[in-house]
Design a protein around this ligand. Sequence first.
Ligand SMILES: Nc1ncnc2c1ncn2[C@@H]1O[C@H](COP(=O)(O)OP(=O)(O)OP(=O)(O)O)[C@@H](O)[C@H]1O
Ligand SMILES: [Mg+2]
Length: 338
Amino acid sequence: MRILGIETSCDETGIAIYDDERGLLANQLYSQIKLHADYGGVVPELASRDHVRKTVPLIQAAMKDAGLNAGDLDGIAYTAGPGLVGALLVGATVGRALAFAWNVPAVPVHHMEGHLLAPMLEDNPPAFPFVALLVSGGHTQLISVTGIGEYTLLGESIDDAAGEAFDKTAKLLGLDYPGGPMLSKLAQQGTEGRFTFPRPMTDRPGLDFSFSGLKTFAANTIHGNGNDDQTRADIARAFEDAVVDTLAIKCKRALEQTGFKRLVMAGGVSANRTLRARLAEMMQKRGGEVFYARPEFCTDNGAMIAYAGMVRLKGGTSGELGITVRPRWPLAELPPVA
Ligand SMILES: Nc1ncnc2c1ncn2[C@@H]1O[C@H](COP(=O)(O)OP(=O)(O)OP(=O)(O)O)[C@@H](O)[C@H]1O
Ligand SMILES: [Mg+2]
């Protein structure tokens, strides 16, 4: 089975073709980061217009890379939510229209299920059950996963997502949007322990997170200690250590609560090297295993949508002719796949 995946939920146009026997046949990604950089964040209307410009040429390029013609596909998967409504509508409309023209099923995909399943694209895919840590620009969630579509939310951020906290703190440190990866790079030059940031909500039971206080803590630390290069690096280090520590503490709790031995991390922040190392060390000590995707499949991409679409199509999901996108869409609402 061969599926074309279309991702346009935010500021990346991602197009990929996945073949269940041969793996990934094509993967095209266009990032709008430069377009939004002047505004310090994603401008929804500009994002939609850029997806309109890029989606069809990238599909053409992916088909060419894979050496395929229209008749060679078995389905077209598109991100139907959650995300920016105008941006979602571009991918959904192109995907649905192409599927109609090529007489194949169209499969609406949940963006976070895409992230969650991205580690399945790697050589050593996780078996069920596992605890998933979804850490991205818009989500911080711990989920119990017992099968495809068998998702129970264990805890989530009550305010900023982890990626959002990285980006906001990076901005305070004078780094460009999205600053998460650059903050992490700066933190490598930082002195461990010069500053200590709080580990929010770890002093009480439960699996929820709160990251909005960390940017205020960062702002106050900058204010009180100046803004020279070493101080900025030390603040970045203290911030990253606090986020990683907090995520690790809650992952450990979720593993104890569920009794699961496997931990899957997904979403943009799962590309963070300090977090990966910390969770790998923790799982080794616990006699378990951690799984994550290669860095380019942690952030938004078409491959994860093609893969999730294939799993869903095999499970009997296919969209109607009318197009519906869902800017908000809880993951736990997805039906299980037998
Ligand atoms: N190495 C890194 N360290 C920390 N944060 C990172 C790193 N790489 C990416 N990020 C963060 O990941 C986020 C982008 O991830 P992703 O593309 O999964 O999010 P999104 O699609 O915007 O949100 P969502 O998937 O929740 O809709 C940004 O906040 C970015 O700063
Ligand atoms: Mg995403």
